[in-house]
Write a protein that binds this ligand. Sequence first.
Ligand SMILES: O=c1ccn([C@@H]2O[C@H](COP(=O)(O)O)[C@@H](O)[C@H]2O)c(=O)[nH]1
Length: 255
Amino acid sequence: MIRPVVSPLLEAKNRVIIALDFPSGPEADRFLSHWDGRDKPFVKVGMQLFYAAGPTWVAKLVETGYKVFLDLKLHDIPHTVAGAVRSVASLGVDLLTLHASGGRRMMESAREGLEAKGGANRLQLLAVTRLTHIDQKVLNDELEVPGAVRDSVLNLAHLAQLSGMDGVVCSGEEVSGIKEKIDRQLLTVTPGIRLKGQDPRDQKRVMTPEAAIQEGADLLVVGRPITQAPGPVAVWEKMIADIQETGRDDHERAT
Ligand SMILES: O=c1ccn([C@@H]2O[C@H](COP(=O)(O)O)[C@@H](O)[C@H]2O)c(=O)[nH]1
């Protein structure tokens, strides 16, 4: 059966999440002022900005109407992660990451921590599978994990699904496998996005926005291709227009 999923997160304008990798709150504010008078973009606050600007700055971003993905990549013992999730839930953000490699009990504790805050909380939990700078050689030779990157990502995504996560972070290369083999309803959030011909820099598993959407990615995370562009709003608008053109904006998923 094909069931349309109606979620504000999956409207075209929310499917490009801008990674605000800036060293301070004022620098992030200055960047966001490019959007004055326009729809607010969905933004991601990672470790660099969170450690510099703090939870109060993040809560202010939420209060002023931004959708916020807090990318803290939690990875600790279950009790500590559950406590961290409870603290984050108070900020009103939309998405939070933790590492799937923390294991099933850690992810289940995160879910329990969130439920202890009450069902009305809109926070969705995402498990990071294999970071997008990890390639085949690093996985096998440095991390000493045997097998293909894709299989490792699929295994971690399956563990995340069994542990009650709302979605996973993976590269565009693994999205279709996750949708086909694990669960179409699992939200796939995809960094490692580069425009055609752009230098991937430290990223290894990269894809263009169009290709990632065609693979079935729900949300794209884009940092430097937007934040370091001379005209960031124009790049963001073009990505959204391209997503609308693919015709997947209303996001029908087979169940
Ligand atoms: O596997 C992952 C998980 C998270 N990220 C984050 O996404 C952005 C990507 O930034 P770019 O400048 O577009 O490379 C960044 O904040 C990462 O921390 C990721 O890249 N890969």
